[in-house]
Write a protein of this length. Sequence first.
Lengths: 249, 305
Amino acid sequence: MPEPLLSARAVTVRFGGLVACDGVDLELQPGDLVGLIGPNGAGKTTFFHALSGVLAPDAGRLFVGGVDLTGRPAHVFARHGVARTFQTPRVFREMSAFDNVRFGWEFAGRRRAHDTFDSPRAILGFLGLEEVAAVPAGALTPARQRLLEIGMALAARPRVLLLDEVAAGLTQAELEASAALIRRVRDELGVAVLWIEHAVRVLMNHVERVAVLHQGRKIADGDPSAVARDPAVVEAYLGEEGEPERRAA
Amino acid sequence: MSARTCLAAALAAFLALAALPWLASDFLLSLALSCLMYVGLATSWAMFSGATQYLSLATAAFFGIGAYVTAWGYATLGYALAVPLGGLAAALFAAFVGAAVLHLRGAYFAVLTFGLGELVRHAITYFEKSYARTVGRVIADPPGSETVYLAVLAIAAVAVATAAGVRASRFGLALAGIGADEARAQTLGVNTRATKISGFALAAFFAGAMGAAVAVRWTYIEPASVFNPFIGFQTVLIAMVGGAHTLVGPVASAVVFSILTELLRLQFPYAYLIALGLLLIVLVLYLPRGIASLFENRAGRRAHA
């Protein structure tokens, strides 16, 4: 077993009396494409905040490439190769699309060589955003802002990419295109991906492993078709719009 | 304008200004000095606060610290040493304070930095009264007005050059990222804490050096006059009116404001302040990104068309 790329051990995050993440374990190996699902309020985004250093966990430990980064600020996570997107795209609205990508290019992981891209412009090309390079990011369509955010993250030369809801607000066609892009990120760039998605069906079709959070706890982690049949998962999703079993069928 | 013509224009302006002591009257020289003082203050303020959106009201504190370095050190160190030391003292103070308060944002940061000026003013007043048994300090044998003018010109020029360099640099990109979305910048690898502290200290250096340079003009230095909140407010106002996110905005606005101040303050002291207040209100309501944004919109529309 190689050294895990990303390892969360019993991560717990509390907000006052609320336990948003309750002893969550998760490991990612290089080249993994893993989904993270769960009903609303399951603690997915909070877990992402912990994994990227945005929030320090109250208990548990976080390792990136075998290095203990627990409690370190977010830029240290970025420099160790953890890049992320946000649920609502957080681009630098007044900077051009190019400068947004250049931002990631300049700061995180300057010491890691990029195998695939030799410039921020090449990343815009990979995403099909070349023609809007000079446009302020805030003037782009929401779908393009999401793509741009992935570009900012890719420019930071990540070893693991955390995607928080790529599909929200996208049309079916855009959704499939995004899913295909995420596969390319893993296949062509060799970046491990952990992907939160509310559109569970699309996610299940593309990932090789899926972890399920429910009320802050991890209740399942494994092959998507097995997870979709897991009684605990079905129970958690009962009454939820995104019930995996029915949607995956 | 291309970068080369900009540079040539800046160089020509600098040379013309450097020749001014031999060409202009005393009144004009003093007017130019006050323009340049605010060019330096507003440019350095905008370099940090305009980019990061951390509204600092600490300019008066940095300026006063610089002035007091001159008050204490002029006789022993000489002018040439007192000025950079004044800047250094202000920068050190800013780094120290910044480490403590730069996690605060918005109104909290503004109020705290305003309080800094008052804190330092009272601390120095107390120190002088208790230990030095004096209220103010007399500057004996001050340098000539040409020397002071050239020092102020040099500080302003270095401030503008530094601001231009910062804007083009990685450091400037990090400052702008902090202003746009601090947490996002951090997740993209920016050490936001170190960046903010260095930016704050760099801006403070120029305010401190400016205070140290112009302090000798007063001959008598006391806390109430050098820790003057008006200097801090005027700096913020000038930068915001001009467009704090631009390089040219604060420079142009500093020149216009200083001339207006000199011409109007003596004749209509109250009307002038009222007009200033009204202008600020109108600008914040209708032109929050300063007068420079008028030109930007036009240029932007042309680019999109």
